[in-house]
Design a protein around this ligand. Sequence first.
Ligand code: NAP
Length: 255
Amino acid sequence: MFDLKNRKALVTGGSRGIGKGIAISLAKAGADVVVNYYSKVEEAEAVVSEIKKLGRQSYAVKADVSIREEVVKMVNEMTEKWGEINILINNAGLLGAAPFTEMTEEEWQRVLNVNVNGYFHVAQEVAKQMVAQKKDGRIINIASIASGQIGIGTPMSVHYGTSKGAIVAFSESLAGELAPYGINVNAIAPGLIETDMVAGFTSNKTVLDSFIARTPKKRAGQPEDIGYAAVYLASDEADYVTGTVLYVDGGYLAV
Ligand code: NAP
């Protein structure tokens, strides 16, 4: 079950945190994985080494997902090297913090450029390739419990909450359009996962304890919790699952 042998996966922001957890989970399930990163080459190369130790192919590629040309180059390189792309994990993202009335145009644009335009660039370039391959494909977008709808709002990070809400709508809309090509599109909405992005919360014991107290599973999430969800959505067994949001939050939104 959940065998991803010979599948070729691209994980954006795979050098650290959730992306790293997903990249390694996919490799453990049999996939070969391209690890995209923005600036942290050593971290990205360490993930590549870990994947190679599992007996899978891997390499790291630097690309800013908010810049179309860099994404085109990354996707073309992967297609030339490996022939095809079967799984895309759109994960690279930024959090920002600023009171709304003081938020600058630049702060707003930077978060939206990476968290929304970046997902658009990578999904579009990969979708072109997947459609041309005439094979089943999987696009998995990492949203958040901060996506709105049934999720939580993000005071002091309105740009971030806005971007994650957009990714849920993006995933639903794209799912309908790509289903005729055998491409499933879903979102995963993580709760609080211990990574660098949220170190400001998790390093504060009072904040972390109050979060855990409110979470039915009584712990913070780890990157591999999201990795397991991604393996499922990438698998053949998830063939009938598209256009949905899988919340992986320890029950946080359920209470
Ligand atoms: P993280 O630890 O800060 O890692 C961010 C990753 O994104 C890094 O690999 C980074 O590359 C990459 N990245 C940043 N900007 C990029 C760009 N412009 N182009 C390409 N790559 C870029 O964050 P994380 O917590 O793992 O978050 C991953 C995703 O999960 C994000 O979309 C985030 O919104 C979402 N999420 C996180 C949580 C949480 O609690 N952690 C909860 C819900 C959703 P470098 O290493 O090279 O800098």
